[in-house]
Design a protein around this ligand. Structure first.
Ligand code: PMM
Length: 289
């Protein structure tokens, strides 16, 4: 079996550094995520898929128990815990490096105790006031995504005069809050949060201007995988391209981001992203032809 970059690394206190763009594989243990909702709700199926992602080359398998698709209602903490904990425990026992996708400190801490090495918080600490101090206390790595409000009404918040300047300033606030809570900046990743309180045009503008976000001095991870703006780009007479038909476009974005040195990408299709990253490593930029 081909193995991911962090075999048997059950606990790290610094960020994974594979020496190339990192690949975070998506494992949604939910009934309602936009692309894979319901596919991996049963623990056994979720664990099997997590092992597959790892075998394909995921450096981290990102386990989430609450859908954040636009319009989604929140799951209760007990439901979220019951979905993710058994899966994380089994993946960690099998030597998989795991991150937990949660906005709740309680879930994050249970996951870290079970061996998760990174807390992926799509709210950047805004949804739960206990999150930043808890992560600091646990010494876990932390990813702060740009977020403006709960998924149920986040698209009403997709209003910007200058999306790049505002997302950068709002993420700068989250970086300051994380540092003030005691999170080590060496363990802190930021993410522009494509599709979270953003239209397709906002997503493209942010992707074109990631250099502005990079000025915050933190590693950047981007989650473009199968998102609606790719469905819009690839739409035809039949309507939006369905989520599973968006992997080639996702991979094209990964190649371009990897060539520009991005820290990480979050994806459903791990092997394709690893392949794109391998190509970008030998062809980082081409002369005009
Ligand atoms: N997107 C989703 C969920 N979690 N986490 C990060 N860090 N960045 C993202 O863009 C992100 C995320 C929603 O997509 P999914 O349903 O495919 O998980």
């Amino acid at each position: 079996m081909a193995l991911g970059g962090f075999v048997r690394l059950s606990r790290v206190n610094s960020l994974p550094q594979p020496g190339r763009t990192l690949v975070m594989g998506i494992l949604n243990v939910t009934p309602d995520s936009f692309s894979d909702g319901g596919e991996f709700l049963a623990t056994d199926r979720a664990v099997a898929h997590g092992l597959d992602l790892f075998a394909e080359g995921a450096d981290l398998v990102d386990v989430g128990g609450e859908s954040t698709r636009p319009g989604a209602e929140r799951a209760g903490a007990d439901v979220e815990l019951a979905r993710v904990l058994p899966v994380i425990e089994r993946l960690v026992a099998d030597g998989v490096a795991v991150s937990v996708d949660t906005m709740r400190a309680e879930v994050a801490m249970a996951a870290v105790r079970a061996g998760a090495v990174l807390v992926n918080d799509v709210s950047g600490g805004l949804a739960d006031p206990d999150m930043l101090p808890a992560v600091a206390d646990a010494g876990a790595a932390y990813l702060a995504m740009h977020w403006r409000g709960p998924s149920a009404h986040m698209q009403d918040l997709a209003v910007y005069d200058d999306v790049v300047a505002e997302v950068t300033a709002e993420l700068a606030d989250r970086v300051s809050a994380a540092r003030a809570a005691g999170i080590d900046p060496d363990r802190l990743v930021i993410d522009p949060g494509l599709g979270f309180a953003k239209t397709g045009e906002h997503n493209w503008t942010l992707l074109r201007n990631l250099d502005q976000l990079a000025r915050l001095g933190q590693p950047i991870l981007v989650g473009a995988s199968r998102k609606r703006f790719l469905g819009e780009l690839l739409a035809d007479q039949a309507g939006l391209r369905p989520p599973k038909g968006r992997d080639a476009a996702t991979t094209a974005i990964t190649a371009l981001l990897a060539a520009s040195g991005i820290w990480g990408v979050r994806t459903h299709a791990v092997q394709a992203q690893r392949d794109a990253i391998a190509v970008a490593a030998v062809l980082p930029a081409l002369p005009p032809g």
